[in-house]
Design a protein around this ligand. Structure first.
Ligand SMILES: Nc1nc2c(c(=O)[nH]1)N[C@H]1C(S)=C(S)[C@@H](COP(=O)(O)O)O[C@H]1N2
Ligand SMILES: [Mo]
Length: 538
């Protein structure tokens, strides 16, 4: 009985020893990373390593499950994993201190290795992991004696409690035991409280410091974008039927976000440069000011993620302001043999677009503005690519710093390496936004069935709705500023009977082609199939 008690107590003390040491290590790592750069934080580095190592099916599953929340979920998972390791490590370290020291050194090595193998890494990125490991080991060494003393005196007391005391010696002896037991306990808890304080302060303080040191938002706020000379206005109320609750132009804060950047790249527009090179006659290097000095155009363009499921929300329409990419490529004299334009972001992401598509006359942009403001940092500040009609993974490189004219044969972009289709034209699709799936409608009352349909750069000519496997009915369509945006639609419906009803939607493109009705997963070239919702009439 006592044995179980003392083992449990030792495990608790050991777990605390491990957690506190790991906490100090992580905190120190965050603080030092603030002086190197956020991407060098051991936790972020391990997270990025994890994303690189994650098999493609698991990545797809995570995007499907968590969508835009995939990053907080991943970080929580990493913290949980570190905590479990720290508990185990601490329990063993209590028996043998060297075990804990080696364990923390190994954790630091994993952090350092991750930082040094990341895309677009620098050798200084290893420093936070090193510093973290050193501080973690120091914390472990300082706390170890106190933890051991605490456990030892607790065990001694347990043993003492089990032994009947001689009447004459019992009292003084017992109180002496108790007071030394309390002193040992206090010493460990005091040390632990100091370690916890250091961990919390350096951890949260380091994160805050990272934000103040590397925040592009001040630079972004200081920018006034030049007006676009050539604008397709989107103010027409006929674009917005106002029935679905989703506006024609989606505010940036509601715009879906998909990328692999655990810490959002913070680029200084004063230092930003874009190099256009490779199979070109004249290499070009552009600064941000040079880009802004060029004629800007503004267009509503609907971005779509290839991972979007039927009925999914990884799609958004915004006003993008920027420079025509085709003009720049003509100036550079891009070779007719270069069938791929490989864009690279500051964090090492690579995105390859078909040159022929980018240059076929559509409004392919090096975008600097979104909805009238400089690009938000999450959406690629200071400059990103946008190509109407191509899924984001083959066109929409955020935080772009390099554009190489090359061939698909010579170079493979990130997602294509993971098995996604090399060419990614957006597929004709439609979605029901209202009534929502499992929503409730009123019998005998007219309700709008409404949503969006899209086939960027081709256009949508017709949307049809089917209720309870009846006839397909033609929906009313909103007008659109161009074929590059989604198109709203609405059909009024009066449910006649109480009970469940199913509603499906399908679209026809401008060329008369019907939406593909066969169910296909997003991988490898975008989902197909009809969106169907079930509602209940009461
Ligand atoms: N640098 C970088 N750019 C990127 C990505 C990325 O992971 N890193 N993801 C791409 C993908 S898959 C999509 S769908 C779009 C999403 O753009 P948004 O986040 O602005 O909506 O960005 C593209 N550009
Ligand atoms: Mo995407």
């Amino acid at each position: 009985m006592n044995d179980v008690h003392s083992q449990l107590r030792a495990a608790r003390v050991g777990a605390l020893l491990g957690l506190l040491s790991a906490g100090v290590a992580i905190g120190a790592g965050e603080t030092v990373a603030a002086f190197i750069r956020p991407a060098s934080s051991p936790v972020i580095a391990v997270g990025n390593r994890f994303i690189l190592l994650t098999p493609e099916p698991l990545k797809r599953w995570a995007i499907r499950q968590f969508g835009t929340h995939d990053k907080p979920v991943l970080l929580s998972g990493i913290y949980l994993g570190i905590s479990v390791l720290a508990v185990v490590l601490g329990i063993f370290a209590l028996r043998k201190r060297a075990f804990g020291i080696v364990g923390i050194a190994v954790l630091g090595a994993v952090g350092g290795y991750s930082a040094l193998t990341a895309n677009a890494h620098r050798s200084s990125d290893v420093i936070p992991s090193l510093a973290g490991a050193i501080c973690g080991i120091a914390a472990l060494m300082l706390l170890h004696d106190r933890a051991v003393a605490d456990v030892a005196s607790a065990n001694a007391q347990l043993a003492q409690d089990g032994i009947p005391q001689a009447p004459e010696s019992g009292q003084p002896s017992e109180s002496r035991w108790r007071s030394s037991r309390l002193a040992d306990r206090r010493r460990f808890l005091q040390g632990g409280a100091v370690a916890a304080g250091v961990a919390a302060l350096s951890g949260f303080g380091g994160r805050a410091l990272q934000r103040t040191r590397y925040d592009a938002s001040a630079a972004r706020a200081a920018i006034t974008l030049p007006a676009a000379k050539d604008v397709v206005p989107v103010t027409a109320t006929s674009y917005d039927l106002g029935k679905s609750g989703i506006p024609f132009i989606v505010p940036a804060r509601d715009f879906y976000r998909i990328d692999t950047a655990l810490s959002v790249p913070q680029l200084d527009p004063k230092k930003w440069k874009l190099r256009i090179h490779g199979m070109v006659a004249r290499e070009l290097t552009l600064t941000y000011d040079e880009l802004l000095a060029r004629p800007l155009i503004e267009r509503a363009i609907t971005l779509t993620c290839v991972s979007n499921e039927v009925g999914g929300d990884l799609i958004g329409n915004a006003l993008f302001r920027g420079v025509r990419l085709a003009d720049l490529l003509r100036e550079a004299g891009v070779s007719a043999q270069a069938d791929q334009l490989l864009a690279t972001s500051s964090d090492g992401m690579t995105i390859g677009s078909p040159t022929a598509v980018v240059m076929d006359g559509r409004d392919s942009l090096l975008a600097v503005g979104m909805n009238g403001e400089p690009l938000p940092t999450e959406h690629g500040f200071p400059v990103r690519m946008v190509v109407p009609g191509l899924y984001g993974y083959v066109s929409a490189c955020k935080w772009i710093i390099d554009l190489e004219a090359t061939t698909f044969g010579q170079q493979q972009a990130y997602w294509v390496q993971g098995g996604w289709a090399q060419q990614g034209p957006i597929r004709l699709a439609s979605r029901i936004d209202t009534p929502s799936s499992n929503g409730v409608v009123k019998v005998g009352t007219s309700v709008p069935i409404a949503g969006v349909a899209w086939d960027q750069h081709v256009g949508v000519s017709r949307v049809e709705v089917q209720v309870d496997h009846g006839d397909w009915q033609v929906a009313q369509l909103a007008s659109v500023p161009s074929t590059d945006t989604w198109r709203q639609w609405v059909l009024m419906w009066t449910p006649a009977e109480a009970g469940p009803h199913t509603i499906s939607v399908r679209a026809v493109d401008a060329g008369g082609t019907r939406q593909d009705e066969s169910q296909r997963d997003p991988f490898p070239a975008g989902s197909t199939g009809l969106h169907t919702v079930t509602v209940r009439a009461r």
